[in-house]
Design a protein around this ligand. Structure first.
Ligand SMILES: Nc1ncnc2c1ncn2[C@@H]1O[C@H](COP(=O)(O)OP(=O)(O)OP(=O)(O)O)[C@@H](O)[C@H]1O
Ligand SMILES: [Mg+2]
Length: 281
């Protein structure tokens, strides 16, 4: 049964999508079957893995609003073990369209059910709001991973998010745990980053990932090539950091497999396309 992890923080631009793409890819490189569900109408998680919107594309909008089976919208990626359920702009309308639906908070949970046996991990990227779409993600999840930008205002939105998650735990999803807080865009030379880290670790003892994610330009470049960091530049600081975070997560859910996410392993996990067609033509 898949472990379902929602990546959430209603604050914009804190690294949710970057984290979702890279954690999903690193875990997939270790030969666990991973599904990345893009629940943000901005659809950046899909495009960051080379899946682009077009009018024919069936997306999470159709799953949530039209009851299309989740597995019908799933697409493969460059990594053999990584699939994506893409989003589309329509999803922003889902907030309103779902309001009058029965079981509106658990649409995603119901949709995910048949996929649980197909994957080892399901990672959900969420939009920068605490609206119905995010509530659906938190209701479907086993845990929430909170990326927190290492800056002064980081803590401001956090209490609101924690309030929302405990409310969802109480009312809608008693299973919901905290996977952890991940410090993102960390700058070692900056005193402020260090202060924020110290404060957060003190406040949330044992709940903060040991590894922090540095501010690293390769992480921001990679999505425009439709690639996760491990395929764009394996040895960049950002890539290495996300590999370590994936290792921290995998160490919590051992499944007998012990595959280290080495460069060789990453290359091995790239999908070999069937070249028959191009050879014929
Ligand atoms: N560690 C990092 N180093 C450098 N740039 C980063 C890093 N993490 C994210 N970025 C860049 O910062 C911007 C915001 O990141 P991202 O899209 O992952 O945040 P988000 O929380 O998903 O945003 P939104 O709330 O809009 O969904 C992007 O341009 C991304 O490429
Ligand atoms: Mg995002």
């Amino acid at each position: 049964m898949a472990r379902v992890i929602a990546i959430s923080n209603q604050k914009g631009g804190v690294g949710k999508t970057t984290t979702a793409i890279n954690i999903a890819s690193c875990i997939a490189a270790s030969e666990r079957r991973v599904l990345l569900i893009d629940m943000d109408p901005q659809a950046n998680a899909g495009s960051g893995l080379g899946i682009y919107q077009n009018s024919e594309l069936k997306s999470m909008y159709h799953v949530l609003v039209d009851d299309l089976p989740l597995l019908d919208v799933v697409q493969g990626t460059e990594l053999t073990f990584l699939d994506v359920a893409p989003s589309s702009q329509d999803l922003s309308g889902a907030e309103i369209e779902l309001v009058s639906t029965i079981g509106r908070e658990s649409r995603l949970k119901d949709a995910i059910e048949p996929a649980l046996a197909e994957y080892d991990f399901i990672i959900i990227d969420t939009p920068p709001t605490l609206g119905l779409v995010t509530v659906n993600a938190l209701t479907a999840a086993d845990s929430v991973l909170i990326p927190l930008q290492s800056e002064y205002y980081a803590l401001e939105g956090l209490s609101q998010l924690l309030k929302t998650t405990s409310l969802i735990k109480k009312r809608l999803n008693p299973r919901l745990e905290r996977e952890g807080i991940l410090l993102t865009m960390y700058d070692r030379r900056n005193n402020l980053s260090q202060q924020v880290e110290k404060e957060i670790r003190k406040h949330f003892e044992g709940e903060v990932f040991k590894q922090v994610i540095p501010r690293n330009v390769k992480l921001s470049e990679a999505p425009s090539y439709g690639k996760p960091a491990i395929l764009y530049d394996y040895s960049s600081l950002g890539s290495v950091a996300y590999i370590r975070v994936a290792d921290e997560i995998l160490s919590r859910y051992p499944n007998g497999k012990d595959v280290s996410i080495s460069r060789k392993q990453v290359m091995r996990s790239v999908r070999i396309e069937d070249e028959g067609a191009s050879l014929d033509g």
